[in-house]
Design a protein around this ligand. Sequence first.
Ligand SMILES: NC(=O)C1=CN([C@@H]2O[C@H](COP(=O)(O)OP(=O)(O)OC[C@H]3O[C@@H](n4cnc5c(N)ncnc54)[C@H](OP(=O)(O)O)[C@@H]3O)[C@@H](O)[C@H]2O)C=CC1
Ligand SMILES: O=C([O-])CC(=O)C(=O)O
Length: 280
Amino acid sequence: MVVFSKFKNRYSDMMLKIGIVGCGAIASFISKMVVKKKINAKIVAYYDKNIHKAEKLSKITNAEVCSSVDNLVEKDIDLVVEAASVKAVEEIAIKALSNNKDILIMSVGAFVDKELFLKLYNLAKEKGRKIYLPSGAVAGIDAIKSLALGKIEEVILKTTKPVEGLKEALENKGVDPNKIKEPTVVFEGDVFDAIKQFPSNINVSVMLSIASEFPAKVVIIADPKIKTNNHEIFVKSSIGTLKVLVKNVPCEENPKTSALAAYSAIRIIKDISEPIEIGT
Ligand SMILES: NC(=O)C1=CN([C@@H]2O[C@H](COP(=O)(O)OP(=O)(O)OC[C@H]3O[C@@H](n4cnc5c(N)ncnc54)[C@H](OP(=O)(O)O)[C@@H]3O)[C@@H](O)[C@H]2O)C=CC1
Ligand SMILES: O=C([O-])CC(=O)C(=O)O
């Protein structure tokens, strides 16, 4: 790859103007990479329902802090990055696309709602805009998309996370996380129930289901001894069988989220802003 390094930043005229909604762990990673000039992008504006989080990031990038999503989508922006929550996706995506912006969606779990999927698909088509869904915290989406052109027979996701990362969702389910002393299955079911019960933990199951066009079976394990967010993927199809295991380092700022998810957003932004795209 050394041979390609001399072409780095050659396309600075393609500097992408970004607005970010949701200023937590993922937004923070993106902001740092922009400041380090690792991607041809400039952050123009932030919005978070907690203004202090937006102000904190604005100190490192000098981007404007907006008072609402409406305010952000009016800015001179090419791409809106949603890094907020599954519940927030509908408002952010509709406002971004209606204002002729592309959108990158991290909270892919929202697309478990087929009606919302179609609504956003049709709006993007009508406006001639793009919706980007990064691979997030998993690997193998390229191959799974290709396998989906054949006949998919089974999609299974087994996610094992440290108890700390699942704490909030477990408490919401009435499970005391402090009582988990050994690896424990805390969920087993389909993608629809998985994202309902673990909206901040299992967006990846919806990503796999969208890519494979097949509803994933999901198992979630809380493990008090591990330090990484592990996702084991199994896809059986007429074209072949795929097995992938990722062991992700969690973000310091938000242990629910794997660093790979943030880097996958950064990678997509880099791909958009450059004239070559590597991989499917
Ligand atoms: N696709 C994938 O593979 C992955 C997706 N994700 C998802 O990406 C999203 C971002 O992740 P991450 O950065 O770790 O999350 P964080 O919780 O660290 O940051 C999200 C920020 O957005 C704010 N927020 C929530 N709702 C709104 C809203 N309606 N308008 C404005 N701000 C809002 C939150 O505020 P507050 O804290 O007050 O709620 C918080 O400050 C999450 O939905 C997460 O589940 C994460 C990992 C992998
Ligand atoms: O970051 C991860 O490992 C997965 C995650 O939180 C999600 O899919 O919502």
